[in-house]
Write a protein that binds this ligand. Structure first.
Ligand SMILES: N[C@@H](CCC(=O)N[C@@H](CS)C(=O)NCC(=O)O)C(=O)O
Length: 366
């Protein structure tokens, strides 16, 4: 059996910020309140008495109102390089009642910024350590957002190709949420991509140490982890499930028909003599009117695929329709679906759409 002291975690993070700023972020109650909780939560109360033997305490609140209180005692404070304090969950929601663990933080200067090394020890089991690892990863992302000169772009990295419709969907979601990020150009199945997505498709996404693949999962994460901007999933059960229904249909059938078997046949012709494969295109063209008519009925007189506001479903379909429109049969196909055309024209006005136009010069893409 493992001895209890074996159950500890370490995290190492670089941030473009002076050590003093990082140190103060851990001990100044006003600053702690701005970041010290995982994404999607908020700090509702915080106090701190930063001297050896002084106490600190924070209350964090989840979206559903659940309150988690944590606190402890400062043991060692050597600004700006070392900080040691105890950590115990308090109150009725404590996952580890009566247990005191230890946090040790070392701050070193590196490349004009700070490397933070954190050790959290004293967990009774691997499950508690792993839950705290996830919590720290997310919480340190918020610290980096807060202190790093690049803001969220120090954490949020999108791997993909600005020409890919799925990559554009995520970029539109990031723009709608007002989040700055780092775009890393990456081809499908490139080693860097495969390290994050075993299926090799683009896009993949990182928030600090946390990584995700599949566009709908990434969009859901952005929506739930960041309070800013419009919510991309409707609030009602029916709205949310309808949104999921359209995202799923776009993923399962419409992308395949409209992009893979139509647009891409023109853009990357693979037929005889380097020509588009007519048989493949004609087969896709047979399916497209039915799919577009289904979309047309869903829009009805409104501008949004689901409910009365923008949702993830609109972000999935808009980049696909934009490509279809530019293809030889595209205009005629869209002529037949006036609701789709009207809704798409409305969406094309949004800054999230115009700023992610794949034909913009490379410098325009973050
Ligand atoms: N279901 C995936 C689909 C992603 C996808 O198919 N991306 C295309 C580019 S738009 C791709 O990587 N294609 C390369 C391939 O199929 O190997 C998602 O939602 O992210």
């Amino acid at each position: 059996m493992n001895a209890p002291e074996k159950f500890e975690l370490t995290q190492v993070r670089f941030m473009r910020a002076p050590r003093e700023k990082v140190f103060d972020a851990f001990v100044d109650a006003a600053v702690l309140r701005q970041w010290h909780c995982p994404r999607g939560m908020s700090v509702t109360e915080g106090r701190s008495d930063p001297r050896s033997g002084g106490e600190w305490q924070l209350a964090m609140q989840a979206r559903d109102g659940t309150r988690h209180v944590v606190g402890g005692t400062f043991r060692d404070l050597k600004r700006p390089e070392r900080l040691v304090y105890t950590w115990a969950w308090l109150g009725e929601n404590s996952p580890l009642p009566g247990l005191e663990t230890l946090v040790e933080i070392q701050l070193s200067e590196r490349d004009g910024g700070t490397e933070l090394s954190l050790r959290h020890s004293g967990f009774p089991a691997g499950a508690a350590r792993d839950a705290h690892t996830q919590g720290w990863q997310s919480t340190l992302n918020k610290l980096v957002d807060h202190v790093d000169t690049r803001g969220t772009a120090a954490n949020l990295v999108l791997l993909g190709d600005v020409r890919s419709t799925y990559t554009r969907t995520v970029r539109m979601a990031l723009a709608e949420k007002g989040l700055s990020y780092t775009m890393r150009s990456c081809a499908p199945h490139a080693p860097e991509l495969l390290a994050l997505n075993p299926f090799g498709r683009i896009p993949a996404f990182r928030d600090g140490e946390i990584s995700l693949f599949e566009t709908s999962a990434i969009v859901m994460y952005l929506d739930e982890a960041f309070g800013a901007g419009p919510t991309l999933r409707p609030g009602s059960i029916l709205g949310r499930t309808r949104c999921e229904q359209w995202v799923s249909a776009i993923n399962a059938y419409m992308y395949d028909t409209m992009v893979r078997r139509y647009v891409l046949q023109y853009v990357f012709p693979r037929g005889e003599g380097g020509q588009p494969d007519r048989a493949v295109i004609d087969a896709a063209l047979k399916e497209m009117p039915g799919q577009l008519a289904a979309l047309d009925r869903a829009y009805g007189a409104g501008d949004w695929l689901v409910g009365g506001a923008l949702s993830a479903a609109d972000l999935f379909i808009a980049p696909i329709l934009a490509y279809v429109e530019g293809m030889p049969e595209g205009k005629a196909l869209l002529e037949a679906v006036p609701n789709v055309r009207r809704a798409q024209a409305e969406l094309c006005q949004r800054p999230s759409f115009t700023s992610t136009d794949p034909s913009l010069p490379p410098a325009a893409h973050p």
